[in-house]
Design a protein around this ligand. Structure first.
Ligand SMILES: Cc1cc2nc3c(=O)[nH]c(=O)nc-3n(C[C@H](O)[C@H](O)[C@H](O)COP(=O)(O)OP(=O)(O)OC[C@H]3O[C@@H](n4cnc5c(N)ncnc54)[C@H](O)[C@@H]3O)c2cc1C
Length: 361
């Protein structure tokens, strides 16, 4: 078997190889039956999951800005697999940050090596179903742990996970964050919704019917806002912007290559490339802790860039780009995802204003 070196820095030749391979496989990942197991296996083999962990926990301890650089490259090559990885790493980082040695010892290395898969069901504590009076996923404290009832409405890779990291609400409104093995009795995962884009991420609900979770699986809480108090999740909301910019870069790259033969496209390609570069710099500054970088502003700008650059690429690709199977059509659909993924109310409101009030009329 060919020796495949780990990707130890975001600018290494092994990163180029990995991205070439992911980009090639991305064209075969479309439906809910196309779970990207091969792409995820390759990433595990190349050590991608270790980028996000400190060295004392078996990781490579990449800095926040290198993690951003890594995600930029991966998302440019294959947004679906990269999105799945963000949810997987969301689970891994919450385990690492919990300091729960029992969960760390029994799960972390298997997850970091890619041998097992984990994902998160936490958005019902932040951006999903918040208008409902009854929490969708409820926990009750028992003598030796918690009983879960209800559902996590959105879980990426739901039918493929060995372990779920879920948030639930207690009768007194306090929250808990639990590591829940998918093998426990009473858990049922949907197969994945057919989505406008990213269907192969196999995102669906996971229901919990009187599921007994042992106290030893508690990662955080009980308390208010267990997601905020989980330390160690340093890149926070920036990762969503990173993937939007990565997608924008893929579209601009296409536009630039078309422009090499079609001079009428040159000005648009140059303008959009400058915008990608400037926004990437703002993103990296923010990840390095520069305080005058507003992460909400970056997110709004990244969403806008993803939508505009993919549609510019489609305009350049013309009817050929509108035929199913052309990557530009896929990128346009994928850009819509950023309007709904982890999109807090102020950012959604900014988009609504922009769409409703046409400044050019
Ligand atoms: C492809 C995909 C993958 C995802 N993966 C994950 C994941 O792995 N883990 C995770 O935790 N989350 C995940 N999410 C969730 C995501 O981050 C957001 O939380 C989610 O998109 C919010 O949408 P919602 O329909 O649940 O919002 P809701 O706010 O629940 O809206 C649902 C519906 O309720 C109605 N409604 C909304 N607000 C109000 C109101 N104020 N009053 C009355 N009615 C209202 C509307 O009709 C709306 O269509 C994923 C989402 C998507 C689309």
């Amino acid at each position: 078997m060919q020796h495949l070196p780990p990707v130890l820095t975001p600018t290494s030749a092994s990163m180029d190889d990995l991205c070439d391979e992911l980009s090639r496989l991305a064209d075969t990942i479309t439906d809910v039956t196309d779970w990207p197991s091969e792409s995820l296996r390759l990433c595990g083999q190349r050590g991608v999951y270790r980028w996000f962990l400190p060295e004392d926990l078996g990781g490579y301890g990449w800095s926040a800005s290198d993690q951003i650089r890594g995600y930029l490259r991966l998302s440019q090559a294959d947004l679906t697999t990269t999105f799945v990885i963000t949810q997987y790493m969301g689970a891994v980082r919450r385990i690492a940050a919990s300091r729960n040695t029992a969960v760390i010892e029994s799960w972390l290395e298997k997850l970091a090596s890619g041998q097992q898969f984990s994902t998160v069901g936490i958005s019902h504590l932040t951006t999903s179903r918040r208008h409902l009076t009854r929490p969708v996923l409820r926990a009750e404290h028992t003598a030796d742990g918690y009983i879960l009832d209800g559902l996590a409405p959105w879980v990426t890779g739901a039918p493929h996970a060995d372990l779920y990291i879920v948030g639930a609400t207690l009768p007194n409104s306090q929250q808990v964050l639990l590591a829940v093995p998918s093998s426990l009795a009473g858990i049922q995962a949907g197969p994945g919704h057919e989505l406008v884009a990213l269907s192969a991420s196999c995102t669906d609900q996971v229901s919990f019917d009187s599921v007994h979770v042992h106290q030893s699986m508690l990662l955080n809480g009980p308390g208010e806002n267990v997601l905020k108090s989980a330390t160690g999740i340093r890149t926070g909301g920036l990762q969503t912007s990173t993937l939007a910019i990565g997608l924008g870069q893929a579209a601009v790259h296409f536009l630039s290559s078309e422009a090499s033969n079609r001079h009428d496209l040159q000005a648009a390609a140059n303008e959009l490339q400058q915008e990608v570069d400037a926004l990437t710099q703002r993103l990296l500054n923010a990840s390095e802790g520069e305080t005058d970088c507003d992460t909400s502003e970056i997110r709004t700008a990244a969403n806008r860039l993803a939508l505009r650059s993919t549609q510019a690429a489609l305009t350049a690709a013309k009817g050929a780009g509108f035929v199913k199977g052309h990557p530009v059509g896929r990128w346009c659909r994928e850009a819509l995802f950023f309007l709904v993924w982890s999109c807090p109310q102020p950012i959604a409101q900014a988009h609504l204003c922009e769409l409703a009030f046409d400044t050019h009329s």
